[in-house]
Design a protein. Structure first.
Length: 112
């Protein structure tokens, strides 16, 4: 899972916390075995997660480079990120995202 960091392998792309969140929905509501059907509610919860992530956590942003403001190809920026407030903010964002995933999964369990 560490390779999700820095926007998928330090490329500044989709926030790794988003990818992890979507993976959680797939694990819980995805196909139980190859060739079977996924629980269609997975798409509902994934859409809810994406909307709430943008609205509640990142003010509409989804790419790591936009959220963290780091060019992951620049070693000086990466080093400054790891030593500064941005790193703390990133960890906070990851925690908020995990909480959001938990809230959605909990509400999904209550719907059954």
């Amino acid at each position: 899972m560490d390779a999700f960091g820095g926007g998928l392998g330090a490329h500044g792309e989709v926030c790794g916390a988003v990818v992890g969140g979507l993976a959680a929905f797939g694990l819980v509501h995805g196909r139980p075995k190859p060739g079977s059907q996924a629980d269609m509610r997975m798409w509902k919860y994934a859409a809810m997660f994406m909307r709430r992530f943008r609205e509640e956590i990142t003010a509409g942003k989804i790419r790591c480079r936009d959220i963290a403001g780091v060019d992951w190809r620049n070693p000086d920026q990466v080093q400054a990120f790891r030593k500064g407030e941005q790193f703390i903010a990133c960890r906070s964002l990851t925690g908020k995202t995990a909480k959001l995933v938990g809230e959605i999964l909990e509400s999904a369990a209550l719907e059954k």
